[in-house]
Write a protein that binds this ligand. Sequence first.
Ligand SMILES: Cc1cc2nc3c(=O)[nH]c(=O)nc-3n(C[C@H](O)[C@H](O)[C@H](O)COP(=O)(O)O)c2cc1C
Ligand SMILES: [Fe+2]
Ligand SMILES: [Fe+2]
Length: 413
Amino acid sequence: MTSIKLTDNIYWIGAEVHSEDLFEGIWPTPKGVTLNAYVVKGDKTAVIELVREWGGASLTLLQNLKELGIAPKDINYIILNHLEPDHTGFTYTLRKLAPNAEIVCTEKGAALVNGFYGINDKVRNVKSGDTLNLGQGKELVFAEIPNVHWPETMVSFEKSTGILFSSDAFGSFGSFRGSIFDDEQPTANQPYWEAEMLRYYANIVATFSPSVLKAIDALGGLDVKMIAPSHGLIWRGAPKAVVNKYIRYANYNKDFAEPEVCVVWGSMYGNTEVMLSAVVKGIAQTGVPVKVHRVPNENVSFILADAYKSAGLVIGCPTYEYAMFPPMKYLMDILVKKHIWYKKAGYFGSFGWSGGALKDFNELSKNMHWDILDPITFKGYPTAEDLAKGEQMGNAIAQQVKDIPSKIKDEDY
Ligand SMILES: Cc1cc2nc3c(=O)[nH]c(=O)nc-3n(C[C@H](O)[C@H](O)[C@H](O)COP(=O)(O)O)c2cc1C
Ligand SMILES: [Fe+2]
Ligand SMILES: [Fe+2]
């Protein structure tokens, strides 16, 4: 992809990546992901965020600079809002090509520049409110947004144009579908972006939801006209829309998830699967939407998105060596890590002689603020009585989530 003009003298110079390599080594990106980097030109030239070498991304960045007539040696500032290597992997090489460039980041960022790239010289530490005048009317002001997504994270705001370079905040998985801008997306692309954005949030940002809300408050005073995150769409037509989406997502792990139920199940020999049908039948009777996922067949990345979004969550899996079926234990670990909290929850599962999965379920869910209905365990194949209980459990969970108010609805955009 070539460079893209945001406004006069401000360009996107990043890369779209389509790779089998997992994002962060965990999350698949079958629809691609973008590493957004930018250049702001005044008398001085600043590059904001970089890329990592991934599917040719660093070569693309260099070609984009070349196309704009910018030689790396003429770069004055390399602004690193966030030091995670998806944005900074190219720092070491670019610094060799641009030996005069000063690296600009927070104090915590500087420690990471040293840690990852062994660079200590020409590193300028900035904090909230500090500015960098590039000349020709272009001036950047910085604001720290710790823990969105790492402790050192900041944003850069270009005052004259109102462009907020927001780093991981307001980002999304997915590659561009014809345009980098929100206001050039056909309506038909909306479900695509909603799914990619939610999955990005659930996979990468969910744990830090309180910090997201704090950052949104802290940035409230800026007259933002365009949001240019480091992954996904640039929000030019409706920057408020992406802020509202992030507020909605950040409230999913409080008490305002969507009135839907997510059922995750795993089974070795089909006994637990028989109960799954009863539970899903009970949910369906209420008209509440239900999403069903199987472990380990489906990747946790996608399951996580639905689990995070849904007010109801049911886990079904058998006992395996006195404990929970291992692929479900892995999923539960991730749910714990990502703060998939405040669910109307349930458990069902088959066992042979001793059980053990339920003990794990209780242990793993204990700090999750889940409101758990009576768990259902059964020896081998479920009896008709067991199945009736399963149907009731599904029905009861769906009834409870039916009227949960979402904090922010799409129509508030
Ligand atoms: C590898 C393996 C380990 C198992 N370990 C236990 C166990 O420790 N305790 C127990 O009660 N049942 C154990 N079982 C029995 C299963 O929990 C039982 O067969 C159950 O019905 C399986 O449910 P499913 O058909 O949904 O896979 C084990 C089964 C397998 C295949
Ligand atoms: Fe990050
Ligand atoms: Fe990132």
